[in-house]
Write a protein that binds this ligand. Structure first.
Ligand code: NAD
Length: 481
């Protein structure tokens, strides 16, 4: 079988040490790889590339489509962009997969028996990075959630569960509040769950879900969630298992994938030869499964578990009660290499050899265009004053098929019939809806109400059209409306 080209980056801080150790184990285990090295991180940032990666490096990534990456140091101060976010978005890596496992009694943890995988959506949600300042007082970040985005990540979670013999997938959202965006994620989850009758499924509101994860992590199997929640709960899960230094993660796209340790470049211990290479090594195990070398992945993972059981530990997890030998980075790699072919006695051995890589490529449903009807417009104003002054001023602009139905401030209805207690900022959503018999309006009617608002000297800073899709409302009501 020919060697699979992969792109590797040695990174900053402890990056080169743990990459060297990882590559030695991969080679000793017989991984069929042809690595190409690219440079990323501090040196590239300081050469003036604000993304931390040279244009030429993209050619390697596009060619190999598989990236094993050591951590890098992101220079502090303005102007530097997160390399991870850039790579993720540029290569369309929509799924972030983070196994969180407790290795008791060999690694200290308050929560024995945890074996959870967090599948986090990686491209959408508030991380689309679309932010605007809209008034003196108000800043906005757009939360974007798409049906194909939800389908891809939810199907990935179920496929991951199927391929890895997992029993349950839990969806976490906040759809009691965000009924359209998080509501779509939950709806897609319910739809796709039906296609996997052999896998149990449930849904939790993210706040209680995160709390349970912090207090009863051993009760979860696979968790799938949106980007921001996933970011937060994957750190909670890593922390409760006590294994931040041991965690690997995968970023998966339809065409490319990136594998890395969960931890950073640890500049405080760089160059000392004491870093634990396990996070990157377990990321490399995920990479091997992804490229169809489950046999090698299994050999390495079981040898690594056997090494932990033998009490051969790096300083970060060394504990007199359970550890036998304190070793540095290279000696730890040697200990894993010595145990290649062995299976752990106390931990459950992993099995990847017969498994197929997880893929959802080509399985996203086509979204059919809905019949879209325009029902009105939300006009956002930068304005200072009281709602009972603004309301009549806007009502004077009613006409030509549109009338003011509501003003809200930070989502709470303040006109008509607002409560005097509601705190108001200088950012107002003024909802104009159709007065026509059909209930619809045209774009030119919307434009003419905007003209009337502008001509009245009111500073409109943004508009949102109010649509129905196949007769179903595509906008939320104001709180109290
Ligand atoms: P860190 O994860 O690098 O270090 C936190 C603590 O954990 C330190 O005490 C460190 O010594 C220890 N540690 C981390 N990995 C270890 C290992 N393998 N073995 C033993 N001990 C280990 O987090 P930080 O200090 O907040 O960040 C340092 C730099 O890393 C920053 O520049 C940050 O931006 C960057 N970072 C990069 C990535 C990435 O490239 N994916 C991720 C997180 C942080």
């Amino acid at each position: 079988m020919s060697n699979v080209p992969i792109t590797i980056a040695h990174g900053d801080g402890i990056g080169p040490e743990i990459m060297r150790a990882t590559l030695r184990v991969l080679e000793a285990a017989g991984a069929r790889l042809a690595p190409e090295t690219i440079e990323i991180g501090e040196a590239v940032y300081h050469r003036g590339q604000t993304a931390g990666i040279e244009l030429s490096a993209w050619e390697s990534l596009r060619r190999t489509k598989v990236f094993l990456k050591s951590p890098i140091t992101t220079p502090s101060g303005g102007g530097f962009k997160s390399l991870n976010v850039t790579v993720r978005k540029t290569l369309g890596l929509y799924a972030n997969v983070r196994p969180c496992v407790s290795y008791d009694p060999y690694v200290a943890t308050h929560f024995p028996g945890v074996d959870t995988v967090i599948v986090r959506e990686n491209e959408e949600d508030l991380y689309a990075g679309i932010e605007h300042r809209q008034s003196d007082e108000v800043y906005q970040c757009l939360k974007l959630v798409s049906r194909p985005g939800c389908e891809k990540i939810v199907r990935y979670a179920f496929e991951y569960a199927r391929v890895n013999g997992r029993k349950r997938v839990t969806c976490m959202t906040k759809d009691n509040i965000m009924k359209l965006t998080d509501g779509l994620f939950h709806k897609v989850f319910d739809e796709i769950a039906k296609e996997y009758p052999g896998i149990a499924n449930d849904h939790m509101i993210i706040d209680i879900g995160a709390a349970r994860l912090a207090t009863r992590p051993q009760t979860f199997d696979v968790i799938v969630t949106l980007n921001l929640y996933g970011d937060i709960i994957s750190d909670i899960a890593a922390e409760v298992t006590g294994s931040v230094g041991l965690g690997g993660s995968a970023n998966i796209g339809d065409q490319c994938a990136m594998f890395e340790a969960v931890h950073g470049s640890a500049p405080d211990i760089a160059g000392k030869g004491i870093a634990n290479p396990s996070g990157l090594l377990l990321a490399a195990v995920m990479m091997l499964v992804h490229i169809g070398q489950g046999d090698v992945a299994e050999k390495i993972h079981n040898a690594w578990l056997t090494t932990l059981e033998a009490g051969v530990h790096t300083g970060d997890i060394f504990h007199e009660k359970v550890s036998e030998l304190k070793v540095g980075t290279d000696a730890f790699a040697d200990a894993v290499i010595e145990r290649l072919g062995q299976r752990p006695a106390r931990f459950t051995p992993v099995e990847y050899a017969g498994g197929t890589p997880v893929s959802v490529a080509g399985r996203i449903s086509v979204t059919h265009p809905a019949v879209k009807t325009l029902l009105g417009v939300d006009v956002f104003l930068h304005w200072r004053g009281a709602p009972n002054v603004l309301g009549p001023q806007l009502e004077a602009l009613n006409g030509d098929g549109l009338e003011l139905t509501m003003i809200s401030n930070r989502g709470v209805k303040v006109y008509p019939d607002g409560m005097p207690e509601t705190f108001c900022t200088d950012h107002w959503r003024c909802r104009f809806q159709s007065t026509t018999a059909s209930g619809t309006v045209t774009l030119s009617q919307v434009l003419s109400v905007l003209m009337r608002v502008g001509n009245a000297g009111l500073d409109f800073v943004k508009t949102e059209h109010l649509y129905a899709f196949d007769g179903v409302s595509g906008f939320s009501l104001g709180q109290g409306q």
